[in-house]
Design a protein around this ligand. Structure first.
Ligand SMILES: [Zn+2]
Ligand SMILES: [Zn+2]
Length: 133
């Protein structure tokens, strides 16, 4: 996986919310679950994971929807950009919200069993039926 030596940074469409993450990510991948699809409006999401203590929220206040017990989907209350899947320990940023998305390569497919049938994959990454955690 390509690594960025400086802090990771990103934010939402309107610019109200900005974040940084320090150091190396804990992992990355694609998620094909229906909850991610509903949260983002996209057929699949690509995410990069950091521990919560690596992350600094610089501006704005993200709204959090509790999609399952103790698990949240964060978004911008102004422009609607979906930003994270998170709990108290881990924050999974959608790679599409990073300033430099080319620096992070997804390493596997999670919830592959839920993949939309017409969405074809051309990679040879590992494919897991559930989450990797
Ligand atoms: Zn916004
Ligand atoms: Zn998902």
């Amino acid at each position: 996986m390509a690594q960025e030596k400086q802090n990771t940074s990103g934010g939402c469409l309107c610019g109200a919310i900005r974040y940084t993450a320090a150091g190396e990510p804990k992992g990355s991948g694609y998620c094909h679950c229906q909850t991610c699809r509903h949260h983002t409006g996209a057929p699949v999401v690509a995410f990069v994971v950091f521990s919560a203590e690596q992350v600094s929220w610089l501006t704005g206040h993200r709204r959090r929807y509790e999609s399952s017990r103790g698990k949240f989907r964060a978004f911008c209350n102004n422009c609607g950009t979906s930003l994270t899947f998170e709990d108290d320990e881990l924050i999974e940023f959608h790679i599409s919200t990073l300033d430099s998305p080319n620096n992070y390569l997804p390493n596997e497919h999670t919830h592959y069993v839920d993949k939309i049938s017409w969405f074809e994959l051309a990679d040879s990454l590992p494919r897991y039926h559930g989450s990797i955690e």
